[in-house]
Design a protein. Structure first.
Length: 335
């Protein structure tokens, strides 16, 4: 279990940086200045840039450029807009600069990318390599065996509405377990997951909330609600409290960008909460209404002490570059 941090300060910092990220995501087609992000977060330029890098693993400008390039990639394959127009909307003064940045991120030119992936929802992406790390996160590497879960999903956007999706999915799963009371005693961990391409896009992402159950408890009427998490290698980092997506970003866009590994696009990214029993979650959800403007922990009326006592592990699926063998550093089974 990770060492506890002074959580009141950390929660405030994460929340303020999160608000600046929402603003960036909503204004990708417009000019964004550092001064307006500082005004939103309430920090000085120096303090804001340091916190943003530490919490997300990217500088705010790296995050902005990457987000604009991904949006440009979506436009290339889903619209007939001219590449020059897409380049301008992505914030580039010349097509030459856009082509160079796009090729660095996606390993292909915009024109080739359009011809190769046109009509696809989530084509393959690349994680830009970097020479300097910004966060202090250093994951362990673990092997996870295959395991069965009971799950529900809800759709939302990672740029501000995903907390509502988490709320709805947890409520649906709680109701499902209520209908199968024999499952309740076996439930003491919760898993939230998102597919890699949806994590990158931030749009129309399916939030999966699941909980592991013994295989022998899988009855016929539950089969449509069973999700099997595949075995494989994962980069694992502990996280305390809310905003675990920031830890995911640090692993993917900071640590992974300098590691010997690549992201495994065939497996979900997920977080694993070990400290919440079914009864705790059911009591938290009972009789409460959620509003899209509220973060999950706010609408669940969780107090600071409750939030800081939530510990989870964040899992990012990895494969070794160039199909090299991966040394097993640790073998772990979720249970």
């Amino acid at each position: 279990m990770p060492k506890k941090i002074i959580y009141a300060t950390t929660l405030r910092q994460r929340s303020r940086v999160y608000q600046s990220i929402l603003h960036i995501n909503d204004e990708l087609d417009n000019k964004i200045r550092l001064t307006e992000l500082c005004e939103i977060s309430g920090y000085s330029p120096f303090h804001f840039q340091r916190l943003f890098s530490n919490l997300t693993g990217e500088t705010w400008s790296e995050y902005l450029v990457r987000s604009r390039l991904f949006l440009a990639a979506q436009r290339l394959i889903n619209t007939s807009e001219k590449i020059s127009d897409i380049s301008y909307l992505a914030g580039f003064d010349t097509p030459v600069g856009f082509n160079k940045a796009f090729k660095k991120c996606f390993s292909s030119t915009p024109s080739y990318y359009r011809s190769e992936y046109i009509g696809e929802d989530y084509p393959n992406l690349a994680i830009p390599r970097k020479h300097k790390r910004h966060s202090y996160i250093t994951p362990s590497t673990q092997w996870l065996d295959q395991y069965h879960t009971i799950y529900t999903t809800e759709e939302g956007n990672l740029n501000g509405e995903f907390d509502s999706a988490i709320w709805q999915a947890m409520s649906k799963l709680s109701n499902l377990i209520f209908q199968h009371q024999y499952l309740a005693p076996h439930i003491n961990t919760w898993i939230g997951s998102v597919e890699p391409r949806e994590f990158f896009s931030g749009k129309n992402a399916k939030c999966t909330i699941a909980t592991p159950i013994p295989k022998h408890l899988v009855t016929r009427d539950l089969k449509s609600h069973i999700k099997v998490f595949p075995e494989g290698f994962y980069a694992v980092v502990p996280h305390q409290g809310a905003f675990c997506e920031q830890s995911m970003q640090c692993v993917v866009f900071d640590w992974l960008a300098q590691s010997q590994f690549d992201l495994d696009w065939h497996k979900p990214l997920f977080y694993h909460i070990k400290s919440l029993s079914f009864n705790n979650v059911a009591a938290m959800l009972k009789g409460k209404q959620h509003h899209n403007s509220q973060l999950f922990y706010q609408s669940a009326e969780m107090q600071l002490l409750e939030i800081e006592n939530v510990f989870m592990d964040v899992y990012v699926p990895i494969v070794c570059k160039n199909n090299e063998k991966l040394d097993i550093l640790q073998r772990s089974v979720l249970g």
